[in-house]
Design a protein around this ligand. Structure first.
Ligand SMILES: Cc1ncc(COP(=O)(O)O)c(C=O)c1O
Length: 351
C-alpha cells in the first residue's frame, strides 16, 4: 500500500454513501427522495434570463437578495437566515460551529446516515440514541444526550418518515442545554413544521432544502433559520462563497412561486396516501409518512431480495442493510404513473 497522506481520522472512515444515480438506461428512480416533477416554470424563466456574463464576478457572499426573499416568504428577518450549498453544507457548518473535537454530539438511530459521518469527520464523540418501537424519540433522551453540544433531529425523520409531535419537541428545545438542530428537509410534505421555534428559542436552528419540495436537488441550495447570535457564528465557518450566483438567482425564483410549491406538495401527498393504502391492502407494513417517501416492509419476500429484483426490472428504490430498517424498503413517491408501474411489478415479484 502507498504512503497515507490523509489525517488518520479521515483515512479510518468510509465516508457517506449517496443513493445510486444510474446513467444511460431508463429507470424509475425512487431511491433518493427527489421530486418527480420538474421545478417551477419560474425557475426555468430565471435560468434563461440569467446574465451569463455576470458569472465572471463572485456572488454575494451571504446570498443577501435570497435571504431577503426568504425573509418575505417565511416571515423571519434576513439576519436570521443562512444560505447553504444544499442542506448538507449547512449540517457540516453546524458540526464545525458547535461541536469541537472530543465534544459530544447526539443524534437518533435510525436517521439520516450523514449524521454520524459528520461526527467522524469532526472528531466528535458520537452519542447515538435509539428511537423507540414506533420510531419516536425515547423518553430518556435528555439523559442519553447529556452534555452533547449539539442534538440533531430530522423532522420528518428519514428514513422512517414520521414527525415527532411538535409539543414534545417544543419541550425538548426548552430543556436541552445545547443547540437543537431541526432538519426540516421534508417539512413541506408534512402537516406542520417548527419554524416558529426560531423566534422562541435561542438554541434552535431549523434547516430547509430546495432539493425535495422545490425539485431542485441538482442546484444545491438550503437555508438555515436561527437567532442572530447563532447565524453570526455560522457565517464565520461557511466557505466565503458557499452559494453561487446561479443558485441564489434560481432560489429566489423558486421561493417566488409558492402556488407551484403548494400544488406540487399536494400531488405528492395524494400519491403518498394512495400508495400507502394500496401496499397496506397487500399486507405490507407501511409506516405513516409525513415526507415524500415511504418506509415499508414487504408482505412476502425479504426486502433485500425484492430490492435486487426491482433493480433488475429498472425500478430503483433504497435498501439499508442497517439494524432496525433492514426489513424495509424506502420508496420515494414518484408520479402516479411511476407508482402504478412499481405496484404492477410488485404484484408479480412480492408473493
Ligand atoms: C434528512 C435529510 N436532511 C438533509 C438532506 C440533504 O439535502 P440537501 O440536498 O439539501 O443537501 C437529506 C437528503 O436526502 C435528508 O434526507
Amino acid at each position: 500500500m502507498s504512503k497515507i497522506f490523509a489525517r488518520e481520522r479521515i483515512h479510518a472512515i468510509d465516508g457517506y454513501t449517496p443513493g445510486e444515480q444510474l446513467a444511460g438506461r431508463r429507470i424509475v428512480k425512487l431511491n433518493t427522495n427527489e421530486n418527480p416533477y420538474p421545478p417551477s416554470p419560474k425557475v426555468g424563466e430565471a435560468l434563461r434570463a440569467l446574465e451569463w456574463e455576470a458569472l465572471r464576478l463572485y456572488p454575494n457572499p451571504t446570498g443577501q437578495a435570497l435571504r431577503e426573499k426568504a425573509s418575505e416568504v417565511f416571515g423571519i428577518p434576513a439576519s436570521r437566515i443562512l444560505c447553504g450549498n444544499g442542506s448538507d453544507d449547512l449540517l457540516t457548518i453546524a458540526l464545525r460551529t458547535f461541536v469541537g473535537e472530543g465534544d459530544a454530539y447526539a443524534y437518533p438511530e435510525p436517521s439520516y446516515s450523514l449524521y454520524p459521518v459528520l461526527a467522524d469527520l469532526q472528531g466528535a464523540v458520537k452519542r447515538p440514541f435509539q428511537l423507540n418501537e414506533q420510531f419516536e424519540l425515547p423518553d430518556n433522551l435528555l439523559e442519553q444526550a447529556a452534555n452533547a453540544k449539539l442534538l440533531m433531529l430530522a423532522r420528518p425523520n428519514a428514513p422512517t418518515g414520521n414527525a415527532t409531535p411538535k409539543d414534545k419537541l417544543y419541550q425538548l428545545c426548552a430543556d436541552f442545554p445545547g443547540v437543537v438542530w431541526i432538519d426540516e428537509a421534508y417539512a413541506d410534505f408534512a402537516d406542520d413544521n417548527c419554524l416558529d421555534f426560531v423566534e422562541q428559542f435561542p438554541n434552535v436552528v431549523v434547516s430547509r432544502t430546495f432539493s425535495k419540495s422545490y425539485a431542485l436537488a441538482g442546484l444545491r441550495l438550503g437555508l438555515a433559520f436561527a437567532q442572530e447570535h447563532l447565524v453570526e457564528e455560522m457565517l464565520k465557518l461557511k466557505d466565503s462563497y458557499n452559494t453561487d450566483r446561479i443558485a441564489q438567482t434560481l432560489g429566489e425564483a423558486a421561493l417566488g412561486d409558492q402556488n407551484w410549491l403548494r400544488d406540487t406538495c399536494a400531488k405528492v401527498r395524494a400519491t403518498r396516501s394512495w400508495v400507502t393504502d394500496e401496499l397496506s391492502k397487500r399486507g405490507w407494513r407501511v409506516l405513516p409518512s409525513q415526507a415524500n417517501f415511504l418506509l415499508a416492509k414487504p408482505a412476502h419476500r425479504p426486502a433485500a431480495e425484492l430490492f435486487t429484483a426491482l433493480r433488475e426490472r429498472g425500478l430503483l428504490v433504497r435498501y439499508f442493510a442497517l439494524p432496525r430498517v433492514d426489513e424495509f424498503l424506502r420508496i420515494t413517491i414518484g408520479t402516479d404513473d411511476e407508482m402504478k408501474e412499481l405496484l404492477n411489478v410488485l404484484a408479480e415479484l412480492d408473493r
